[in-house]
Ligand binder design. Structure first.
Ligand code: ATP
Ligand code: MG
Length: 466
């Protein structure tokens, strides 16, 4: 017991100069002509970081997802660096460097350029923990992961072989401990080590498997896929904030629709988002909802793939819209006035989702804003359109409304009217206001609307309560 404790303390010491792989074997050294990584795809700042560390006598590599993406010829969205320098030693070398985390510290080195600041995450080589001691839950899930180790150990604790390659920009060499490059060529996603054990250690790896398969188009190796069907329920034990982050990554991967199909195929969608259960299980029955969500996700994927930003609030607003619409209609059918019916439906929809996975507050308020704006797009009288345009989140609300037009839930002429209205000069805006007034179904005053029985659009009609 005491020796185990002493061993653990000793292992916590920074391993500044050791690079011998402990029982993990020597890496394969892959030269430029074999990996064909295009140096133009590298972040200059990441290269600066590895170079500065190397100049100071440390080892430093670009690592993880960035190497995978580079080898695929994709420009990585962020760059991680791994080194044998301790966090303190790293921090001393850079002007804008911040220590992050308590138990296992990493360093964020920030660079300010023309666009957004770029953060390069620098971590010290870390070891894989064995299954002994207080850091493993009964299920095998790792609770703490805080010992430094050799590069070989650092490679072994990573998830997939293609995520465990180290690239040295100075020599343009890739160090490959687990056959990642061969798997890249075979288009195979393979878990390092015993897959079942690795999923038990961290069930989120099952979601990562689905996400990377969707992103790379690779097949899951059969041994990597096999245990997922049985171990999926382990996701219930994962803290909901972590689950939420992972689902968000999946939805924002640029391949969200195929990732969601992947979740379904792997039987992993249950309980992640009640909405996914609803859509993926019901098939034909929820075709309309499915179409809306599919279109929204395709739209998000397009934006992400073409380098545009996507707000998570917008995305969740689209995913939950079919549910919200159902609740809203049900409330209206019970005789509730339109806007209270909508407010109540928003509360209900968000509460239902929270039973599975908490949607963070900051997204919740974005969602509410986008939703609340929707009935206002149908009020094209008086000062209403002018006021709506001035809302700080108008653009998001407008994009959302266009999606509704695209699926036919809202009359596409309304979408076109707004598109014209935004682009118009004041004289043309006046003409558009007149044309809207003359359109059937667009009554001039809320008082008249209240008397109308049947709404023209799928959305419950405006009422005096708005
Ligand atoms: P992305 O392009 O989505 O950022 P990524 O591979 O960089 O993909 P990150 O979550 O940024 O994913 O993690 C960086 C690296 O850390 C991974 O490539 C992998 O080597 C390792 N890693 C991350 N999460 C885990 C995990 N749950 N288990 C084991 N290794 C992990
Ligand atoms: Mg990453």
């Amino acid at each position: 017991m005491i020796t185990k404790f002493i061993k653990r303390i000793l292992r916590r010491d920074p391993m500044v100069k050791h690079t011998q792989a402990n029982n993990t074997g020597a890496p394969k050294r892959i030269p430029k002509k074999a990996h064909r990584i295009d140096p133009h795809l590298l972040s200059k700042n990441a290269v600066k970081v590895t170079h500065t560390l190397q100049q100071a006598g440390y080892e430093a590599f670009i690592v993880g997802g960035a190497v995978r993406d580079l080898a695929l010829g994709i420009s990585p969205k962020d760059f991680d660096v791994a080194t044998n320098a301790t966090p303190d030693q790293v921090q001393r070398l850079f002007r804008k460097a911040r220590l992050i985390g308590r138990r296992f510290q990493i360093v964020h080195v920030t660079f300010f350029g023309k666009g957004h600041p770029e953060i390069i995450e620098v971590s010290t080589f870390r070891a894989l923990l064995d299954n002994a001691g207080d850091h493993v839950a009964e299920s095998g899930r790792i609770l703490r992961d805080n010992v430094w180790g050799s590069q070989g150990e650092d490679a072994a604790r990573r998830d997939f072989t293609i995520n465990a390659m180290y690239y040295d920009p100075s020599s343009e060499t890739v160090l490959d401990y687990h056959g990642g490059m061969a798997d890249m060529q075979k288009k195979t996603l393979r878990m390092i080590g015993d897959p079942a054990k690795r999923y038990r250690e961290d069930p989120v790896r099952m979601l990562r498997a689905v996400r990377f398969a969707a992103k790379t188009g690779f097949e899951l190796d059969s041994a990597t896929r096999a245990p997922i069907a049985k171990l999926g329920t382990l996701l219930n034990d994962v803290p909901s904030a972590r689950l939420f982050d992972e689902i968000l990554k999946l939805l924002m991967s640029g391949y969200s629709w195929s990732a969601i199909q992947g979740l379904k195929d792997a039987g992993l969608h249950h309980g992640l988002l009640p909405l996914l259960d609803h859509i993926l299980d019901k098939g034909e029955e929820s075709k309309g909802a499915n179409n809306f969500v599919k279109l929204a996700l395709a739209n998000t994927d397009d934006r992400i793939q073409s380098g545009k930003s996507v707000s998570a609030g917008f995305l969740f607003a689209t995913l939950l819209w079919p549910d919200l619409l159902k609740n809203w209609k049900a409330n209206s059918a019970k005789g509730m006035a339109n806007i209270p019916a909508l407010q109540d439906a928003m509360d209900d929809t968000i509460a239902t989702q929270s039973s599975g996975m908490t949607i963070q507050r900051r997204f919740e308020s974005d969602m509410r804003e986008i939703w609340s704006m929707q009935p206002r797009f149908e009020r094209r009288v008086g000062r209403f359109p002018f006021r709506l345009i001035e809302s700080p989140r108008f653009r998001a609300g407008y994009d959302f409304m266009l999606l509704r037009c695209e699926t036919g839930e809202l009359n596409p002429e309304i979408g076109q009217w707004w598109t014209d209205f935004i682009a118009a000069d004041p004289a043309r805006q006046d003409e558009l206001m007149v044309s809207a007034k003359n359109e059937s179904g667009n009554s001039p005053s809320p008082a008249k609307r209240r008397r109308r029985r049947k709404p023209k659009s799928a959305v419950p009609p405006e009422s005096a309560a708005s």
